[in-house]
Write a protein that binds this ligand. Sequence first.
Ligand code: ZN
Length: 396
Amino acid sequence: MIKIGKPQVKSDAQTATLSANITIDGDCKEVWFKVDKKFEDYLCYERGDAYVIAVLNYAMRNHHDIVSEAPLSEDLYYNIDKYLVDAIAQYNKDFYRPQITAEVASDRLPCAGAVATGISCGVDSMHALANQTAMKFKKHNITHLTFNNVGSHGEGEHAEKLYQARLERPRAFAKEYGFEFVASDSNLQNVVLQNHLKSHTYSSMFAVYCLQKLYSVYYYASAGYKYSEFTLIDKPAICCGSYEMLSLPLFSTHNLRVYSEGENMSRLTKLRSIVKYAPSYKYLNVCLKDGDNCGKCEKCVRTLLGIDALGALDNYAEVFDIDYYRKHKKWYLQQMLIQMAHNKHDYFEMYPYFKSEITLDMRIKVLPYTIENTIRKLIPRDSWLFNVLKSIKHKI
Ligand SMILES: [Zn+2]
């Protein structure tokens, strides 16, 4: 059983905090969500919505019912109870279908009408900014940029440090281009322990629903699944984004509409919009390492090849070492072939742009990777032979 106490708001001179006690099997802990004091009026203490979403995936995986002392918004409660949990439980035998007990609140909360998206300055957030600003659809143009600490930076002190370090670039972007910046810190990930890959939609919607009186539209960056890849089945390499086409509309109400921004789009399709969005020339940051783009990690390589394919390299001299890329183009093309040998979809899309530059020795060098991948496909994972080959590979 998971019991959620009534959320409360406390504030000091600089910050405002929404908090509620969550009791899991008798163990009670406070889960807090902290923002700048100027957002105090938008913290939603009237409903248990944010907290029920926060524990929902955990409850299904760990077989708990949920009781919320605060009422739940009718639309959201209905969507979760009548559609979402049944759909997920139907396709996953190990999952439990939780009973959710709470009063129903049918009155509408006030809403400031902000339109927001998360910002990391990576491809997904830059795509949202490139596509959801300066539109004729006035109620849908982004006004607020959010940066949350609800699991994407890890857990504990390490997450707190990483969150603080990563905060500055998005903050500077928001200031330079005139967006409101909503930074939020939370201990959710330290209390409700779960795999972020499997629960990011839920923890992110916790952050959104804590401020549900602020937002009328929220663009949540798509996890990159195509419509044809939609699945509710919880396989090891698949994240909860595989069913966000279902979950995000169900996490929407008459007050707040959540979109899966950029869904069904490939990386190159997203980049096509980004290269026309001038603020990205100064701020695009995709690196797997923290700090400036290293130019050599998988995400930097993929992005450099993408902007080269689209003929936009020179625009990105402030954020990438373009001279280094040009001098070492052969190495980058080799990386593309290796990723293709591993069946990474993004690179197949770029290949036609570089086909004429691929030499015979590049193709020969990639042969061991192609053979390895072919063997992998033929031998079932976790079979006796697969494990023997894996151990031989590690010894080499
Ligand atoms: Zn990098």
